[in-house]
Design a protein around this ligand. Sequence first.
Ligand code: ATP
Ligand code: MG
Length: 566
Amino acid sequence: MSEEPSDKAPSLDFIRTIVAEDVANGKNDGRVATRFPPEPNGYLHIGHAKSICLNFGIAAEYGGTCNLRFDDTNPAKEDVEYVDAIKEDVRWLGFDWDDRLYYASDYFEKIYACAVKLIRDGNAYVDSLSAEEIREYRGTLTEPGKNSPHRERSVEENLDMFKRMRAGEFADGTCVLRAKIDMASGNVNLRDPTLYRIRKVAHHRTGDQWSIYPMYDFTHAVSDAFENITHSLCTLEFEDHRPLYNWSVNETGVAFKPRQIEFARLNLSYTILSKRKLLRLVHEGHVSGWNDPRMPTLSGLRRRGYTPKSLRTFCARIGLAKRDSLVDVAQLEHAVREDLNARAPRVMGVLHPLRVVLENYPEGEVDELDAVNNPEDESAGTRKVPFSRVLYIERADFMEDPPKKFFRLAPGREVRLRYAYLITCTDVVKDDAGEIVELRCTYDPETRGGTPPDGRRVRGTLHWVSAEHALDVEVRLYDRLFSREKPDDVEEGQDYIASLNPNSLELLESAKLEPSVAGAAPGTRYQFERQGYFIVDPDASADKLVFNRTVSLKDAWARIAARGSQ
Ligand code: ATP
Ligand code: MG
């Protein structure tokens, strides 16, 4: 079997097909310009990675450009902390906006001018209804709305009031600027949507300069136009907003008219992808922060040990659709395993140590054994691993009364220690409580390297660490943050918080590692043989080695994909 079919990226998705046609037809003089437009009200998550890979990816494929634009129109929820984190995350993912970093707030004066033009042309008016009244007047999905009594204000009065809104003469909520479109439209978004609201809140970039702020839909459309964006790619929930997008670029008379195209957002099983909901996890202390390794944020995934390449591969493979679906999180884990398998050096580490004393091994003697650094990469070479009389093995690799299919260590049983010798268990030492504290074993000096000269069969191979040489490290094992496949599918009266997995973090304070790892820099990745891929916590203090498990070795997705291709 070559590659699993489900691992392949579709050759040309529907958006790339449109872009290819536009380029072939010479639309926009063959120019391709996209943008990634985050709102700086939280950290980026893996859903945003899909949008980043798409926007920057398409631009790169056509020799075009992709701008990074902060859609910073809501001063109350936005912060420079988020701006900085977003820039770091986009770069980490492997993309570069060169000198094309923009902020919608830089356009506030131009957007204001667009609004003034709309008023002059009779296409916008200042409404003094309360927020509640505006809601009532809007009608419902089945009933048309009603015109506001202020809808027919004169252009002069509208211009004057809008100017005074800007000057801060009115309190928050007393009036808004609305587009004058159609209160009976079948599309609720066209029932005179709000274009500007009063918000006497300082903005993280413009300070106290403005007391009015433009609404997202309006801002987004004209900002795209200002930047000559050819293809404005956004998620499906904006499909019903497209008529307003088009209205905004048409009626403001901006010189360039971008095209909005919607695609399905990424939904991932056992995962929440909404900044608002993730923010609550942070605020309520369900996680240690935005970069908690259990978070689906790019900063969390980075700290967990995910590689930018694995995220890009994942985004390419899930492809693009026009309908929402749920992607199996196992597919994401598969992508990171695949990348780390190729690049992570192997070492031996014992997570739950059990002491083993080799009774016939001379005290004080040390044997330096050769171990392969990466079987997938010969150039990675070998290293020496010290072997001595007292070792640690994994607790789970020993059973006093093993069931039939248990091929690891048991009383009287012989197993192989990886790269070392065959050992046989001769005795079990317990404490007063009956807990096993030590195994007594013998080793066969004729089996150095792990191969018995008589060819006798030994089924189990265990990893181990020499006690005297072991590094004491802290290891953090992570499980899914949510135990429900769709965390929002909860009983009435509950929300996604009820889906949190109480066992998503297991802290191991005295794991033992082979000494070659000493001094590993934060961010260094390894495979601990038989245990998974680990990274030296990039955000931990330097005095102790702390490892985060990125992912275990068991690949559920490879099994699913293999089944699918049978
Ligand atoms: P959230 O719901 O998490 O707050 P958002 O859409 O409000 O997300 P923005 O900062 O506005 O967050 O998003 C920036 C861009 O990323 C938008 O173009 C948006 O469509 C896209 N995006 C957000 N979430 C996803 C997702 N799950 N899958 C694909 N694209 C997404
Ligand atoms: Mg948004």
